[in-house]
Write a protein that binds this ligand. Sequence first.
Ligand code: TZP
Ligand code: MG
Length: 208
Amino acid sequence: MKNLNNIDLYFITDSKLTKKTVLDDVKAAIKAGVKIIQYREKKKPTKLMYKEAKEIKKLCDENNVLLIINDGIDICRAIDADGVHLGNDDMLYEKARELLKNKIIGLTIHNVEEAIKAEKLGADYIGISPIFETKTKLDAGPAAGLKLIEEVKKAVKIPQVAIGGINLENIDDVVKAGATSAAVISAIVTKDNVESECKKFIEKLKKS
Ligand code: TZP
Ligand code: MG
């Protein structure tokens, strides 16, 4: 199941920002109808990440939800997740592809040139980053704005996930600009009810 064109909300976990636990958030997101989850963990020891990712994988499998691991090719392979998301400082795409064969590989891009390069390399989707200012990833770079979504949409065919500072106030503009889906962290996991927040985003991102 590699078709990412029907993805609406791309939910990303964050153990630092959540009011509950990553596992609680995953359960809530799945209950809300999220179809793709990225496990993004920056600080935990590998052993704990492996255990947590394995539990998330079980929940995703039971509910037919795709699981993407941020950065960790080892974790992805160890738990047989659906794929990884790689940023500019992570493993080279070519090497990651060798290791992951036909799993999903998403690449972060910051401009049209990088988007074209990612598509040529064979990436399954791109993360257009960051659209708006964000405090969640301090080294995300300056906000690119909605224009980048429009430009990238004209330049590549692979699915485009907009990320960075997306909330319920600006999500309509992100959709209008043409992103395939939107990845959201703080506007969801800092809220008391993750399930209902996810539902609000899914409603706005619904494919017609
Ligand atoms: N990559 C680019 S911006 C970002 C990541 C992981 C953070 C997105 O978080 P938020 O809270 O939705 O702005
Ligand atoms: Mg990374």
